[in-house]
Design a protein around this ligand. Structure first.
Ligand code: HEC
Ligand code: HEC
Length: 143
């Protein structure tokens, strides 16, 4: 009876280790190439180049809602005028570059004036966000 128990325990331990290793493996080689940001996003200058599709989408939704605009407020339409799609990688609309400046400014404000604002892990909590000033308008100064 005892040897079987030992084998069972050993197998359980091995299974846990395997699961743990799979979960903590930093760069999963099995991840499809289509999910590596370099291939999806062509023109990132301020956001992490390896940002996931999901996180980029969340960021865009935050900005969109903070300013109370649609994606086309910052993103230029595609050259093909018969399609109503946006050319997300294009920098043709000045609003896109203003947004980059705003992003850097916001990060600077947080770093310089709110660095005391840390969570238990010691990460700085962003006290100021786009919404803090914009409150659903592209022109907060005009409200
Ligand atoms: C307030 C301006 C703003 C709004 C609104 C906005 N974006 Fe963006 N978007 C940007 C900026 C700035 C970048 C580039 C970020 C960088 O340089 O790291 C970007 C980058 C992107 C990219 C990556 C393009 C590439 O290949 O480099 C995609 C995709 C995108 N936005 C989609 C969207 C969608 C979809 C919406 C609407 C839900 C949206 N954006 C709304 C400013 C905006
Ligand atoms: C400290 C306050 C503050 C924060 C934080 C802030 N903004 Fe702004 N933003 C402003 C003000 C004020 C203006 C208007 C400037 C002007 O009229 O020239 C503006 C203008 C803009 C514009 C241009 C609007 C237009 O019609 O030309 C964009 C785009 C923009 N902000 C995006 C952002 C994004 C994205 C964030 C977060 C990453 C952000 N802002 C964070 C204060 C702020």
């Amino acid at each position: 009876m005892l040897p079987y128990k030992k084998i069972a325990v050993a197998l359980c331990l091995f299974a846990f280790m395997a699961i743990g290793m799979a979960a903590t493996r930093p760069a999963d080689p099995a991840r499809p190439a289509s999910q590596t940001a370099d291939r999806i996003f062509k023109n990132l200058k301020i956001l992490p180049k390896d940002i996931s599709k999901e996180d980029l989408g969340k960021t865009m939704d935050l900005w969109k809602n903070a300013l109370g605009v649609k994606c086309g407020f910052c993103h230029a339409p595609t050259a093909d005028s018969t399609s109503h799609h946006l050319d997300f990688a294009s920098d043709a609309k000045p609003e896109k570059n203003i947004a980059r400046h705003m992003y850097k400014m916001t990060a600077k404000i947080n770093k310089k004036y709110f660095s005391f604002n840390k969570d238990e892990q010691g990460n700085t909590m962003p006290a100021v966000a786009c919404m803090t000033c914009h409150r659903g308008s592209p022109h907060p100064e005009a409200k």
